[in-house]
Ligand binder design. Sequence first.
Ligand SMILES: [Zn+2]
Ligand SMILES: [Zn+2]
Length: 257
Amino acid sequence: MYLTTIEFECFADTTISQAEKAINQVLDCWRYNGQIIGREFPVVIKDATFSTRVVCPEENSLLESHQSAQVKRAKQALSDVGLLSPKIKSLGRDINSDDSDLCESPSWQVLYTNYLQSCSPLRCGDHFTPIPLYHLPAVANGDHKQLVKWQEDWSACDQLQMNGSILEHGALMEMSSTKSHLFKRGSNLCKRLEYLTKTPTYLYLYRVGGESLSTEKARACPSCGGQWKLDEVEHDIFDFKCDSCRLVSNISWDFKR
Ligand SMILES: [Zn+2]
Ligand SMILES: [Zn+2]
């Protein structure tokens, strides 16, 4: 991913709170379209210019050709509060983050995230690298907000179960049961993505607990009850894959080595 500086210059009198609101709106819309990654964007003001640093999936993520109607509207609204269009400068590749997927058309893709991950929640099934969301047709209402919100909820559940102090069981159920709201939302998003991209799109189902390694290996698909064990683990995570239910999962993390 790429570190990018963004500057918003004032051309007329504005108040800090008005400018802040308009800038945050642009940042939110970019984030919901997958053009910038992360949650917190500190904005500094110096010499009538507001600036911030963001992480982008690619060097050219902020091109207008990638933007959603929401981004366009938010950028237009900047002039109402006396700000010029954002000036964008790429600082280079962030050595600590994943590279984006380069496939023209992956043979399959998977909706997968965890509490540490801030890149796109959709990954190429062949390389397990994140697919920039703005390369995909919008899932709903012109952008990818539903996918970003699903990712936020999944990461929050993962964080709760990692911390293990409050709401652990409810969080775990959301991530690992085919009956949960999070599962249903993820599954609907996968169906939508598959319809839009014509690429088989799988949902990752988290698995922890269980009795033993042998019972774990014999586990059936929780959705159709069919055999879904893979001969070889894929991307060090997926031991199970059901092609009819479009699900992938792991041998319980309690027994997986
Ligand atoms: Zn790929
Ligand atoms: Zn199945």
